[in-house]
Design a protein around this ligand. Sequence first.
Ligand code: HAM
Length: 427
Amino acid sequence: MKLQAPRGTRDIFGKDALSYQMVERAFMDLALVYGFQPIRTPTFEPTGTFKRSLGDSTDIVNKEMYTFLDRSETSLTLRPEGTAPVVRAMISNGLTREVPLKFYYLGSMFRYERPQKGRYREFFQLGVECLGPNDPKVDCEVMALGHHLFKKLKIEDKIQLEINSLGDEESRKSYKKKLFSYFSKFKSELSEDSQRRLTSNPLRILDSKDEKDQKFLTEVPSLADSLNDPSRKYFDKVLKSLDDLKIPYVINAKLVRGLDYYNHTIWEFTTTALGAQNAVLSGGRYDGLMKTMGGPSLPGVGFGGGIDRMVLLLEEGLSKTIPSVAVVAMAEEAQAEAFALLNELRYQDIPSVMFFSGQPGKQLKKANKKECWGALLIGEDELKNNSVSLKDFESGQQLSIPRDQIASDIKKRLTKFKEQTQKVEDC
Ligand code: HAM
């Protein structure tokens, strides 16, 4: 049997792999600008990290976790998301005394979902978490980072910010009560999952995709009507901060998010360009999570963004390969000098390649095919004259450059080349 990547996973290479790297770099640079520090947590965690935090009634915990017993019978789970591991790490490492705690992360997450375009079983997320401050401006700051990232990636036109508030504990409780009495009237007609959710957490019925439940969702009581005064005020301040920063948004009164740890502000940056998988970056406030996980009562807010979905939204022009120059030895006795030149170019940060085998003519053809912008040739004559010949593939010109000026000459050409492509991209 042929070996293949498991269902819902992919091998990512070529221009796609470069696009992933580009998104990740843009995010890392920006996260540092916003004062977040990197954190890496294990790819698998004790199962309790997720069971305790995400909620027993959520789809993730119920149906989607990759949970297994290791050889010493410990129950472990491949992380389905990044917030609970980061909060667990802050508690485990005693980091909770100095606030604010601002961390960013990148990595693969695992959910046993039905694969389709933009939805995978192993997918890549970038995320930030900020613990300590309980200020509406911090919710806004975190959303501003998401908005800024989309601007940097030039995909902001394809994305809109949808926002809602779940309110505080009291507001959520009162809303759950209203939902319970509303859905109880149709209990026997609800899907099996939702009948269970009715007692465990009726809020979860609102994310149900089951047709049986759909017809009862249109008349559902409004979440906004259940917000108490402090919750209403908190949300108004978040919206005011977004207005101040001129970040556009729409209020989506039906947005509830699929994880139990949220309270107050929740949001999703969505797109219409990816079919059903419309959430590109989502998050919210989670003031009770750290306490639930056995730490001090530190409020938090953050987001997780789907890198795979961002890559799908990128403009073609952004995902291009980095052009290199090829070094070709035109004669056997020039091999060592050509190899030394290659090494020198790389120490000058000049992208360069050598093909090592095949006739020089074939190597030149390969260089053209592999999207090199030119080739540096060293043969008997060049060795004698202490020079290198540059063949520019675009102009077709060939010229001789003194050996000791080659690195600085190529650097100048690359700067010019970069300026020109930048101008084209900016148009
Ligand atoms: P989430 O909404 O479950 O939230 O996931 C965040 C993002 O990950 C989604 O908006 C989506 O872009 C991407 N995503 C989710 N599932 C898949 C999948 N199967 N395939 C591809 N992309 C996917 C969280 O994970 C929270 N931890 C976010 C958060 C951080 N809230 C506060 N802090």
